[in-house]
Design a protein around this ligand. Structure first.
Ligand code: SAH
Length: 451
């Protein structure tokens, strides 16, 4: 039986940090997860969720403080669900992320030599790095407020400034909030499914800033005033209509209401940016991540390469410059169209994009084409077994696997290694400072020994 009951208060020593950024300690051998408490700290904790195999606690009072503890930069940190680690000094965050990857590879992947395989985390800018900010807008006591949702809820925490977002996005957010207030724009009420504005999303690019204003109905009120408010900080305004009772931010229909088309420069290439296109949120770290993947493949210019989960072609087109031929695979039709547009924009003719799931397309492609190297950049749930089997069946000597989830990376790495690959090196790259998210580039080969 669980040794803990709801509302029970205990003194707990924290000895680890989970991949969600929570502290974890043991009470009579029973795991207790507590947000905002760091390894090495002792705290008075109230149990808020006891369950059969673990419990979740709330920090009531810190008894001892870890030397790495720092004050958060954001007033909303303890309420907002956006960041989990602002209370941990940045270099300690990098260290902790490396440890999370080492532990995942060891425990879930069976890599006993994980300590030797994982490099230090490549750190980036601690704050002000995000070039994308997406803020829900809700009716709060009759007034529209922009903010962030509290963790695992749709309760709005109003905010006027997000310190992990770049200055341009904060300037746009401030102007946008001014427009909401000055024009008395009705905010969205999720329960009643009523109101006008439900989201504002901003993306800074190399040549400007896009503001996407999402409404529940077809109409966007006070457009002229919106343009006047945002002019000078935004260079492109898009109205997106999302009529659904859904958690998805964007609806299918968008109308450009003002401004110039936007572009992003990445790895020396130019990419078109639309409100729907996926691009990494940390520009500088994305470039470093892609460079790690490209370098790991050691291309000479004669190779045939696949880029699985290719998005708008960010990696595929960089590969095309260094290889003979590239095949990109992506299941979102619009992303494939953007990737083709991007290839043309950069004068690249040796990249071809296939629309479909990697698990369906790659098994067929590897039967027709002999690949020398493969890049994998799957979403959080990792690769389907059929995709990994296709990689194993291909002739590829080298694989670069970019992952945003250490657990699925470890699972997939194990399968690749059982299939004849060797894990050469795993490099955590911090794309999401202050949050617990972890990105890593892992290289595999069929021709060399691990370090
Ligand atoms: N490599 C790109 C995109 C990575 S995000 C970049 O760095 O910009 C992962 C991409 O995989 C998304 O574009 C998503 O639409 C796509 N995707 C997710 N699951 C997929 C699947 N099973 N088959 C093909 N594409 C998939």
């Amino acid at each position: 039986m669980a040794p803990l009951t709801r509302n029970q208060e205990i003194v707990l020593t924290i000895d680890g940090l989970t991949s969600e950024g929570q502290g974890v300690g043991r009470y009579e051998g029973f795991a207790v997860f507590v947000p905002f408490v760091l390894p090495g700290e002792e705290a008075l904790v109230r149990i808020i969720k006891p369950s059969a195999s673990y419990a979740v606690g709330k920090l009531i009072e810190l008894k001892t403080e870890a030397p790495e503890r720092v004050g958060p930069a954001c007033d909303a940190f303890f309420k907002c669900g956006g960041c989990q680690l602002q209370h941990l000094e940045y270099s300690a965050q990098l260290f902790a992320k490396r440890q999370i990857l080492v532990d995942a590879l060891k425990r879930l992947g069976g890599f006993d030599n994980a300590e030797a395989l994982v490099t230090d985390t490549l750190g980036g800018q601690a704050y002000g790095y995000r070039n994308k900010g997406s803020f829900p807008v809700r009716d709060v006591d009759g007034v529209a407020r922009a903010g962030m949702f509290a963790p695992r809820s749709h309760r709005l925490i109003p905010i006027m400034r997000c310190p992990i977002a770049c200055g341009e996005i904060n300037a746009a957010l401030e102007r946008f909030c001014g427009w909401l207030a000055d024009e008395k724009i009705p905010g969205y009420d999720e329960d009643k499914h009523r109101g006008v504005v439900r989201h504002a999303a901003f993306r800074k690019t190399t040549n400007g800033l896009m503001a996407v204003i999402v409404t529940a109905g077809n109409e966007l009120l006070k457009k002229r005033a919106l343009i006047d408010a945002l002019e000078g900080v935004a260079t492109n305004i898009v109205h997106n209509i999302n009529p659904g009772r859904t958690n998805t931010v964007l609806g299918k229909r968008s109308v450009s209401i003002w401004g110039e088309p936007l572009e992003e420069e990445l790895s020396g290439l130019t990419f078109v940016v639309s409100d729907q296109s996926f691009l990494q949120v940390n520009h500088d770290q994305a470039q470093r991540l892609y460079a790690l993947a490209l370098d790991a493949l050691e291309l000479t210019g004669n190779e045939t390469v696949a880029d699985a989960y290719s998005g708008v072609g960010t990696i595929a087109l960089a590969l095309a410059k260094r290889a003979r031929r590239v095949a990109g695979i992506e299941y979102i039709k619009e992303a494939v169209a953007d990737a083709e547009k991007n290839a043309a924009l950069n004068g690249i003719e040796n990249a071809r994009f296939y629309e479909g799931t990697v698990e369906a397309v790659l098994p067929t492609l590897v039967k027709q084409t002999r690949f020398d190297a493969i890049v994998l950049d799957p979403p959080r749930k990792g690769c389907e077994r059929a995709a990994l089997d296709a990689v194993i069946a291909s002739g590829a000597k080298k694989v670069a696997y970019i992952s945003c989830n250490p657990a699925t990376l470890a699972r997939d790495a194990k399968i690749l290694c059982e299939g004849g690959f060797t894990l050469v090196k795993a490099s955590p790259v911090d794309m999401f400072s202050q949050s617990s998210h972890l990105e890593a580039m892992t290289s595999f080969c069929r021709c060399c020994n691990p370090v």
